[in-house]
Design a protein around this ligand. Sequence first.
Ligand SMILES: *Cc1c(COP(=O)(O)O)cnc(C)c1O
Length: 398
Amino acid sequence: MTAQHLMQTYAPHPVAFVRGEGAWLWDTEGKRYLDALAGIAVNGLGYAHPVLTRAICDQVAKLMHISNHFRVPEQERAAAKICELSGMENVFFANSGSEANEAAIKLARLYGHQRGVESPAIIVMEKAWHGRTLATLSATGSRKAQAGFEPLMGGFLRVPYNDIAAIERLADNPSVVAVLLEVLQGEGGINVAHPEWLRQVRAICDRKQWLMMVDEVQSGIGRTGKWFAHQWAGVVPDVMPLAKGLASGVPIGACVARGVAAKVFKPGNHGSTFGGSPLATVAALTTLDVIEKEGLLAHAHRMGEVIQGGLRQELSGVAGVKEIRGMGLMIGVELDRPCGDIVRRGLAAGLVTNVTAERVVRLLPPLVIQESEAKRLVEMLAPLVKAFLAEAPAAAAA
Ligand SMILES: *Cc1c(COP(=O)(O)O)cnc(C)c1O
């Protein structure tokens, strides 16, 4: 294998997977791994789910793509299902999380212009992640990701996460048209929103006629044990970007809206060649269907408790472990030092994990992970973390 003709945007581990089944992966050498990453919260149904495989193969044999010059019945059905599950009204389909956020940002700007705001601004959060296109990179709160791509786009006002006072201080700024936030900051290190803060943001958005835009690209589609993580707080957003888990690996993005936000875009305002193809939307419909029929919301919630509880038992009080947090199957173990090496150690031991925000071991296993596998995950990870902490002194590693 050689990667010399690939741009050096990634630094992949020297492992290549050739197939998977449920929560398990096999590499080119035939070695088996337990997957606690699910292709970054994409493969909620795990690998080779027979119902999904069948639906995708059937659709490929009929029609993959036709363009949005024509009605796409599968797209209409997927949109109706997403609206039924979210209590929202309509959907624009794109092809990635960045594109879903890009649509949300454009929607907010157009909403502002329609209300006579000349230079609309969107309030965004520190440590936020919304994507790598220029607009979404500008909305993202990672200097590391932004560095070198200046000039960034204007029109974003950044405030600390979980801080309602900081948002209130912008209440009299006439440029503000929307607030964009994640319920759990995935890339930012599994930072969890306080439900009370989400309700306060909802209230100020109602009061100021701002759009509450909740990026559920990573936290949505059952990952936290509800369809969408904001549902735990009992709020409904005006705009909701989705992607990752929505179509189980077939590229898709969706910008979901309701109320005034559902009426902003008119023909010609926005579009996509690939977005909402029969293939992608059949994959989405089938994914949602399987999650429903197999009771995966309650299951994900319970497996989250098994994993979080197990990790607490094994790692709480261990020197170097700062916090174990998350919701459902979106879990972070924060250490006191950079810990990227845990991913390498995990692979050696047959466990696929991830480290984000330098110090947070992030677990995003497939929603279908079984209880015995959830326990196995804890049994594999806890000793890895302990060994790492023992062998990589905080000062040397930092
Ligand atoms: C991954 C992610 C994105 C970007 O999605 P891409 O498909 O990589 O463009 C946006 N927002 C959140 C919250 C994400 O986790």
